[in-house]
Design a protein around this ligand. Structure first.
Ligand SMILES: Cc1cc2nc3c(=O)[nH]c(=O)nc-3n(C[C@H](O)[C@H](O)[C@H](O)COP(=O)(O)OP(=O)(O)OC[C@H]3O[C@@H](n4cnc5c(N)ncnc54)[C@H](O)[C@@H]3O)c2cc1C
Length: 471
């Protein structure tokens, strides 16, 4: 007789190319899916309304896909340590499968749950689905985890990549009494009415991947730097929430490489593959160094005298710093739930090096606003920008004007997100030389700090701290 197994979806909202789900079928089981809205995780202090909206609509599609095959996706709310065992017992389930996550809080939940299930005679089996190479399979020559990206990338690239896994047809499962209607965004305490940045679900993500791999990927090497150009994949919500399987994504890049049109196109594809490796680098970093989630990797930064200026922080969040490139980027984030990577680096440098505000405030704000909020990638990006992370470069300070001159020379991006300044010349927008009359007419603020002064101040604080601790 076939057994019923449960597959617990988290950041893997798909049936296709899903290692844990395929394993759940392993011994010819029937499989039922479950998703649990944990109020600790789905709390406005931790997750963006844009993310919750993407998750809800992707879940709706996933549920339809389960039902189309006679099975079901049960959606529950509450602490998974209570909800999952309750369900498993009521359905007389012997095995529960899920895919691994790296955030320490989630790993703790999994450990607690595994113990609890074990006492009930139920096994919790976890699988490394989200990455091409699991963190405990890649170590440096000295058998330690990598803390520098470039050697990690070389090792990572040289390994044979797994093929996508196929999911057997789901078998009909008798209906259960546990089904609850999907909650609404409002039920979960969120408000978001902007259009999705990426359409939810696997089919839309797959279509986006194919489109990107058939064209833009070949120009990625240069186009990726210009926020006014649609030059990146926009797949980050799909990768953060697992509406696409990473093996499928990789396979698509390999096929693109086979068809690539010359060395520039090949370089574009390799650079994009490097971004996938950055994601895995940050996941393995979080897995091996869980304290990253609580603070800086380099201990010196624990004692850095960050400013507590709440009003400057509020101006940064609202896109009202008086620095057009920074403000345009923050408005893009607030209005769409997504921000271009070049701009993430610019605003992160501005918060930490110009406003001298702790990067952890920015890290949290990003989690509260991004549709692709991924605790490991976000933490990695912030520690890189703050110079507190594994990156060996001691101080990295971006000049917002130079960045705008290089990457938004015609101020197209600035004008898109700061329409009140659309009549100001491009040169004045990128150099921040907006005439007082324009500022008052458009109600656009004066710069809240002076970059040159703040840069000197930041360096002074850093040198003083180094001297104080004898570094
Ligand atoms: C301060 C800061 C915070 C960030 N926070 C996040 C976050 O919460 N979630 C997130 O997915 N990315 C984050 N990034 C990385 C990067 O900005 C986004 O992944 C990228 O902008 C997403 O757009 P895309 O899908 O078009 O990317 P593409 O350029 O098309 O890249 C493809 C994929 O590679 C991965 N990727 C690309 N760059 C990076 C990177 N530097 N680090 C890790 N993964 C990368 C993403 O999954 C992305 O979807 C952050 C970067 C910085 C500087």
């Amino acid at each position: 007789m076939k057994e019923l197994a449960l597959f617990w979806h988290r950041r893997d909202l798909r049936l296709e190319d899903n290692l844990g789900l395929t394993a759940a079928y392993g011994a010819g089981n029937l499989v039922l899916g479950v998703f649990c809205f944990d109020p600790i995780e789905f709390h406005p202090s931790k997750i963006a309304p844009a993310s919750v909206s993407y998750v809800l609509d992707s879940l709706r599609l996933l549920q339809q896909a389960y039902r189309a095959q006679g099975s079901d996706l049960i959606v529950v709310q509450g602490d998974p340590r209570q909800q999952i065992p309750r369900l498993a017992q009521a359905l007389n389930i012997q095995a529960i499968h899920c895919n691994e996550l790296v955030e320490p809080s989630r790993r703790q939940v999994d450990q607690d749950l595994a113990k609890q299930l074990q006492s009930l005679g139920i096994s919790l089996q976890r699988h490394w689905d989200a990455l091409l190479h699991a963190p405990d399979t890649i170590y440096s020559g000295s058998s330690t985890p990598y803390t520098v990206y470039t050697p990690y990338w070389r090792n990572w690239l040289g390994r044979t990549k797994p093929e996508p896994v196929s999911v057997p047809d789901l078998m009909p499962v008798a209906s259960t009494d546990f089904q609850q209607p999907l909650p609404t965004l409002a039920d979960l305490g969120f408000v978001w009415d902007a259009p999705h940045f990426l359409a939810p679900g696997t089919a839309a993500a797959m279509a986006r991947l194919e489109l990107f791999a058939s064209r833009a990927i070949e120009r990625y090497e240069t186009d990726r730097n210009f926020p006014a150009v649609d030059g990146t994949s926009s797949l980050s919500p799909a990768l953060a929430w697992g509406t696409l399987g990473i093996r499928t994504v990789w396979q698509t890049t390999v096929q693109a490489m086979e068809q690539a049109n010359g060395p520039d196109a090949q370089a574009g594809i390799t650079t994009w593959q490097q971004e996938l490796a950055w994601r895995e680098f940050y996941w393995q970093a979080m897995y091996h160094f869980p304290s990253l989630i609580d603070g800086p990797y380099r201990s010196l930064w624990q004692r850095f005298p960050w400013s507590d200026d709440r009003s400057r922080f509020a101006a940064w969040c609202a896109g009202k710093t008086g620095y057009p490139i920074v403000d345009a980027a923050m408005r893009q984030l607030n209005e769409t739930g997504w921000m271009h990577n070049r701009c993430r680096m610019i605003v992160a440098s501005f918060l930490t090096k110009d406003l001298i505000i702790n990067w952890q405030w920015g890290e949290q704000y990003f989690m509260q606003t991004l549709v692709d909020g991924d605790p490991a990638a976000n933490n990695g990006g912030w520690q890189w920008s703050a110079s507190s992370g594994m990156d060996p470069k001691p101080l990295r300070i971006f000049n917002p004007y130079t960045q705008a001159q290089k990457f938004d020379r015609d101020a197209e991006y600035i004008r898109q997100w700061l329409p009140e300044l659309k009549s100001v010349s491009a040169a004045d927008l990128v150099n921040g030389k907006i005439a007082p009359l324009w500022r008052s007419k458009s109600n656009y603020p004066e710069p809240i700090v002076d970059h040159a002064i703040q840069q000197r101040e930041f360096k002074r604080l850093y040198q003083d701290l180094k001297a104080a601790i004898g570094d």
